[in-house]
Design a protein around this ligand. Sequence first.
Ligand code: BV8
Length: 232
Amino acid sequence: MASQPRQIFILTGAGISAESGLGTFRDRGGLWARFDPMKLATPEAFAEDPDTVLDFYNHRRRGVRKAAPNAAHAALARAEAALAARGGRLFLCTQNVDDLHERAGSAAVVHMHGELLKARCTACGTVSERRADILPDDPCPHCGAAALRPDVVWFGEMPKHLDRIDAALAESDLFVAIGTSGAVYPAAGYVREARALGIRTCELNLEPSDNAGAFDEARYGPASTIVPGYLT
Ligand code: BV8
């Protein structure tokens, strides 16, 4: 990393968790290559076939519980602490619904697409920690209704924390995208917003993403190798 930025905005996607054994979405053999997201990751799909949708996320939740953070997650946690120690800030915005950033030691993680290890009650809105499967008749821990869903953001639903994300981006002097294809909005638009704000941009990815042309700088390779190298 060149000059010492004070505020770094990091956007991570499924690629940072790939070497931890969690599937990506759009790579060969990825989740959306095997499943139709419109049949599993939309509120309409959940309304039509809740059992299949719950089962899909139960399977992924079990995978997250078995996975471990990799060197890229650890490097981001170290960078967060180092930047804070010199009066700066690393803002970590993730599209991922796993908890690998937290388990690697990142203190502040903004999950714009929600979290797989949380359940939301569609009756009372309560969000609760949820490491076990969600079964159709499981009661909400707050109101008792059998109305739980994964607290993730489906296609067509409003991502979380957008105001915080926009405010952090506007204050940053470096934008780094890690392990994301640049296919899903509004996250995929952040690099262009950064450029319009005069913020330096860098892509760290296995291969050039759909957004590759929008970045000032890029390093390609597995995240567990290129992220530690870039952040130290
Ligand atoms: C919304 C949670 C209204 C559930 C997910 C324009 C503006 C706004 C919206 C839209 C728009 N155009 C279209 C839309 C609608 C839609 C959209 O973007 N559709 C796409 C398909 C065109 N967006 C929405 O519906 C969003 N909501 O728009 O609300 C609104 C309007 C205006 C402003 C604000 C709001 C909601 C989208 C969220 C959907 N939920 N996930 C779940 O997980 O099941 S999306 C899903 O895709 C995941 O969150 C995932 O993180 C995300 C993005 O995918 P990536 O993370 O990038 O993963 P991918 O597999 O694609 O790529 C992996 C990359 O890693 C690859 O490049 C690969 O090369 C690399 N890689 C692989 N291995 C490694 C690696 N890199 C490094 N090391 C490795 N080892």
